[in-house]
Ligand binder design. Sequence first.
Ligand code: FAD
Length: 553
Amino acid sequence: ACTPADSKTYDYIVVGSGAGGIVVADKLSEAGKSVLLLERGPPSTGKFNGTQKPSWLSGTNLTRYDVPGLFNQIWADGVPSCPDTGVQAGCVLGGGVAVNSALYWKPHPDDWDVNFPTGWKSTDMAKYTDSVFSRIPGTYIPSKDGKLYLQQAYDTVSKGLDSAGFKYVVANDAPTSKNMSYAHPAFYIANGERHGPLRSYLETAYARSNFALYTDSNVRRVVRTGGHVTGVEVQCNGGNGHSGTINVTPGTGRVILAAGTFGTARLLFRSGIGPTDILNVVKGSSTDGSTMISTDQWINLPVGSNVNDHVGTDIQISHPNVVNYDFYGAWSNPVSADKDAYLNKRSGALTVVAPNLGPIAWTMVNGTDGKVRHIQWQMRVEGRSNTAMTITQYLGMGTTSRGKIDIQANMNTRVVTAPYLRDAADKQAAIDGLEAMRGYLSKISGVSWITPTASQTSQAFINSVPATVASRNSNHWVGSATIGSDDGRTGGKAVVDLDTKVYGTDNLFVVDASIFPGITTGNPSAAIFIAAEKAADRILALAAPAQGRRFKA
Ligand SMILES: Cc1cc2nc3c(=O)[nH]c(=O)nc-3n(C[C@H](O)[C@H](O)[C@H](O)COP(=O)(O)OP(=O)(O)OC[C@H]3O[C@@H](n4cnc5c(N)ncnc54)[C@H](O)[C@@H]3O)c2cc1C
């Protein structure tokens, strides 16, 4: 049943329990602050009372979010998706880190040094990186018995990479080796179950008496007078949700938005923060128009205009040695020996992240504009035949193209400009990277090409895949509320300052993927955890807003 808000106040209200929100909420509560973490979605993993599971998991404290071999089934009934977001995203406890493939990479120094402003360079991030990796060590051997399972595709492709001159690394022991290198995929899995922030930071936060978590509680907008936020408006989403206005501690309390690249942008827009044309859409809407904060209090910032994502291009090969395991069948009819090995020993094929990833490889391309671009090659056993592998080229760190998101009158966010291959140098890097990889993969004896076909040039192939969300989406969206010292109110790109505080406010912050000025080399969640630890430190070091400022515009 829905619970109406009471008069309790919090030093910090954190909106969204994803990669950024969980970590920042834990660090703030560890410092003794009272913290409320608000999540719009329902519980996910078993540890936090999730319930979605196949019958063979009944009686266990596990759900489909916990068991790696069931990750294909996470979306089966649509429960975790965010229907108002325009792209795939997880609207459950844990956000992206509950629904993703749990791939986990210690960032390459360029991820900070090229993209981030002063104070957020790789040397500044080193201690937070150590902290994150001590709390979430990750592993490339998910099975508790220490063995790797279903390695046929991995073995086949890695032999080809060896003969092409690639170097094998243990990825998180060698984060700087991201050129002509490959690794076993690394995951935040422990004891054969999904680990990550849900099983580390959230558990420690949850054990503290100064921490509260409300699931099924959707924040509609922040309540503010001028630049000072007093609380948030919450709508109950059923389940155990809460509703009403929840306030921060008068004078000193703060609100942290961690609702993801789309969710945070939506909250800012609905709170009168963003480009005027987009705020006018909110003002014209039937849901928000009559109650929206008045135009004289709008804060004009470039929210939504610097978004980025890995540029995803799928190629497919096949090889007679590749074996396709029926992970979909594992939902209702698991191989009984595999089910027993999982239930009794947390070992075996069901500890393999569905749909079974092959080697992950990295290359770098020198751009025609003089800038280096990083590519991650992510292989999985899935495709047009039972012996096919799909290999996604993730063109990432160093790309210069950016896109834009906005909000529609029904309060759904959407991508208005996709961030893919808009600049010539990005496109050329995708072509050059592919051309080289085709050569490397041809070293695999017995390989056949599905796409591109042998007669198609790499240029023709890259050009044939539309630069749209439908064709290129990599689920790694960043950048709708970019961090920087170039204040967006006066022509800069930044929405938040170096303390992650929204420009023009004195107690509103953003701590999630939105603040990333550009995409990382690998899948981004580890970098988001690290950034969230760093942000917590900077926020805690800030003096409280001066009393009396709170009623000024
Ligand atoms: C299918 C998929 C696979 C992926 N695979 C990987 C991978 O293997 N490895 C990796 O590193 N990254 C992966 N990613 C990306 C990674 O999960 C995201 O980059 C990361 O989770 C983003 O963190 P965040 O904190 O910005 O937002 P999120 O993790 O999306 O969290 C935002 C949270 O805020 C909540 N929320 C939103 N709006 C509101 C509101 N108004 N009120 C209350 N709560 C709200 C959401 O429900 C959500 O829980 C994947 C993403 C997806 C979708």
